[in-house]
Ligand binder design. Structure first.
Ligand SMILES: Cc1cc2nc3c(=O)[nH]c(=O)nc-3n(C[C@H](O)[C@H](O)[C@H](O)COP(=O)(O)OP(=O)(O)OC[C@H]3O[C@@H](n4cnc5c(N)ncnc54)[C@H](O)[C@@H]3O)c2cc1C
Length: 286
């Protein structure tokens, strides 16, 4: 399958990319190409131009400023998976990245591309919600930070405005007494999340001070399972408590249903994967 004809522009700096987007308002940004190119080949997207940002050095790399890890949008899934810095400061992200697709996808796909694409079955969004991450967008109106809760707007839709480029992801460093885990039921063909659950818990004196549970794959966009979070706050994270908290906490209403998994099955997976993720997170926090 071949995509429709398009013009191709390669930017070498962020400013050049922004000005190309201004000159060609119908253009789409190209990063790793592992979501956009398949869509173009299927003719589900036919942009008349692509602005390739893949070689912009300032959009790459992982650094720390005070209590925040700053990850360049062009950082590949593989770089996230094997980053010693992230394993130390934010180990949930390497655990998530290791479960994305296959080695070819992880070598080419980028963190920014995945977040900007906002596939409902993508893995990172659940982690971004529980980590309290923010996305930095730069565009014609300057730069702004968008918290994860506001960034994911709906299926394949984010808060990014036309002409804006996602440049960085800011993630607070996980503190002491914090445990984390990501559990996923992958689609057997694509490895996308039929359901994926990210959990972060903070334990003090044997009691859960804060639990955050993010769910992807189940609904048109990732969401926090607030009923589970509230049921755990202030209680010891014992297996029976976790089991009771996840039981029927997410119902099938509003969940996705397709030939592979019904809304009811996805609701069941939410409970099973939330229990597993919380149990592992609790062990790590101890
Ligand atoms: C076989 C296969 C299996 C996969 N399995 C999984 C999986 O298990 N889990 C998972 O999460 N993902 C999976 N993916 C998707 C993969 O992670 C993609 O790499 C990712 O979704 C998109 O990243 P990209 O860099 O390739 O973006 P591209 O395909 O280049 O772009 C995707 C979209 O985002 C826009 N965009 C890209 N970068 C930016 C930016 N910096 N600012 C603004 N807009 C931008 C583009 O214009 C486009 O609309 C799979 C893909 C394939 C092909």
């Amino acid at each position: 399958m071949y995509p429709a004809a398009f013009d191709y522009y390669r930017a070498t700096t962020l400013q050049e990319a922004l000005s190309l987007l201004k000159q060609h308002p119908e253009a789409k940004v190209l990063a790793g190409g592992h979501s956009l190119i398949p869509l173009m080949k299927l003719r589900l997207a036919s942009p008349s131009a692509l602005v390739d940002i893949g070689r912009i050095a300032e959009l790459k790399g992982i650094r720390r400023t005070d209590g925040t890890v700053v990850i360049g949008a062009l950082t590949t899934h593989r770089e996230v998976e094997f980053s010693e810095a992230l394993k130390q400061w934010c180990p949930l992200l390497p655990e998530v990245a290791a479960q994305i697709g296959d080695p070819a996808v992880r070598n080419m796909g980028t963190l920014g591309g995945s977040l900007a694409h906002a596939d409902p079955a993508a893995d990172y969004p659940a982690a971004m919600l529980v980590l309290g991450a923010s996305m930095k967008a730069v565009g014609p109106g300057g730069e702004r930070m968008i918290p994860a809760e506001a960034f994911f707007v709906g299926m394949l839709t984010t808060a990014l405005q036309p002409g804006e480029i996602l440049t960085e992801v800011h993630v607070p460093v996980l503190g002491p007494g914090t445990g984390w885990a990501y559990e996923k039921f992958p689609h057997p063909a694509s490895r996308y999340a039929v359901v994926g659950v990210a959990a972060v818990v903070r334990v003090e004196g044997g009691v859960c001070r804060e639990a955050r549970v993010g769910i992807t794959g189940a609904a048109p966009k990732a969401f926090r399972a607030t009923a589970i979070e509230q049921a755990l706050a202030g209680r010891p994270l014992e297996e029976a408590t976790i089991r009771a908290a996840v039981e029927k906490a997410v119902g099938p209403e509003g969940l996705l249903s397709d030939p592979f998994a019904s809304a009811e099955y996805r609701a069941h997976l939410c409970a099973v994967l939330a229990r597993r993720a919380l149990l592992r997170a609790a062990r790590r926090a101890a």
